[in-house]
Design a protein around this ligand. Structure first.
Ligand code: AMP
Length: 217
C-alpha cells in the first residue's frame, strides 16, 4: 500500500516514466495523465488542438504552456482523479508547474510527491530510438530491453507496434536538449518545496518498481 498518491513523474524522455506507471496503476487505483498521450490522441483525431500541437511534437519542441495546463486542469477536476493520479510528462516548465499549483489550489488538491527519474544520456538515447509504441493502446515496448512476444504486435491488446515519429535519433536528441533547457529547472523548483525524491531509472523494471513503491510508502 502506498500513502503518497498525487504524483508527478519528472525526468527526461526515455527515463521510464510510462514504463513504471503501468505496474503502479495495476496495483493502485490511480488515474494516469500523460500529456504526450493525450496530445497524440488529439493529433490522431485531427482536432483543432491536435493541429496546433502537431508541428511542435514532430520537432520535439514543447506545446505552449497554457494549452497543456488547461488540458491537465480539466482532467484533474474529473472524479477519476479523486483517489490519486500520476502526472506523466507534465509539468515540463516552471510556468507549467505554477499553473498546476494554481489549478490544484482551486480544486483543493495538493501534490504528495515528485519523483525524479535519472539515467545516463546514452542509455536514454538508446532506449528512445529502440522504443516501439502500440498504435492502439499506447503501451511501450523496446526492441533491445523489453521486446514484445510477437514481433510488431502489442502483448496487451494485439495492436500494431510502431516507432513514434519523435523517437527518431534527431528528434530524440532535440527532446533531450529541450528537457535540459526547459524542464530540468523543475528539479530545483520541487527540491525547494521539499517534495522531490529520486529514482535510478537505469535499473531493470522490477527493481525500479520496488524502489518507486518504497518512495511512495
Ligand atoms: P511525451 O510522450 O511525454 O514524450 O511527449 C511527446 C511530445 O508531446 C513532447 O515532445 C511535446 O512536444 C508534447 N508534450 C507532452 N507533454 C508536454 C508538456 N507538458 N508541455 C509541452 N509539450 C508537451
Amino acid at each position: 500500500m502506498i500513502t503518497k498518491k498525487n504524483l508527478v513523474l519528472l525526468g527526461p524522455p526515455g527515463a521510464g516514466k510510462g514504463t513504471l506507471s503501468d505496474p503502479l496503476m495495476a496495483q493502485e487505483k490511480l488515474a494516469h495523465i500523460s500529456t504526450g498521450e493525450i496530445l497524440r490522441g488529439e493529433v490522431a483525431a485531427g482536432t483543432e488542438l491536435g493541429k496546433q500541437a502537431e508541428a511542435c511534437m514532430k520537432s520535439g519542441k514543447l506545446v505552449p504552456d497554457q494549452v497543456v495546463a488547461d488540458m491537465v486542469a480539466a482532467r484533474l477536476a474529473t472524479p477519476g482523479c479523486a483517489d490519486g493520479f500520476i502526472l506523466d510528462g507534465f509539468p515540463r516548465t516552471v510556468a507549467q508547474a505554477e499553473l498546476l499549483e494554481e489549478a490544484m489550489n482551486r480544486i483543493g488538491m495538493k501534490l504528495d510527491a515528485v519523483i525524479l527519474f535519472e539515467a545516463p544520456e546514452d542509455l536514454l538515447l538508446q532506449r528512445l530510438t529502440a522504443r516501439l509504441t502500440c498504435k492502439k493502446c499506447g503501451v511501450a515496448f523496446n526492441k533491445l530491453f523489453a521486446p514484445p512476444k510477437q514481433e510488431g504486435v502489442c502483448d496487451r491488446c494485439g495492436g500494431e507496434l510502431i516507432q513514434r515519429a519523435d523517437d527518431s535519433l534527431e528528434t530524440a536528441k532535440n527532446r533531450l536538449k529541450v528537457y535540459h533547457e526547459q524542464t530540468a529547472p523543475l528539479i530545483q523548483f520541487y527540491e525547494e518545496k521539499g517534495c522531490l525524491a529520486r529514482i535510478d531509472s537505469s535499473l531493470p523494471v522490477s527493481e525500479g518498481f520496488a524502489a518507486l513503491l518504497a518512495l511512495l510508502k
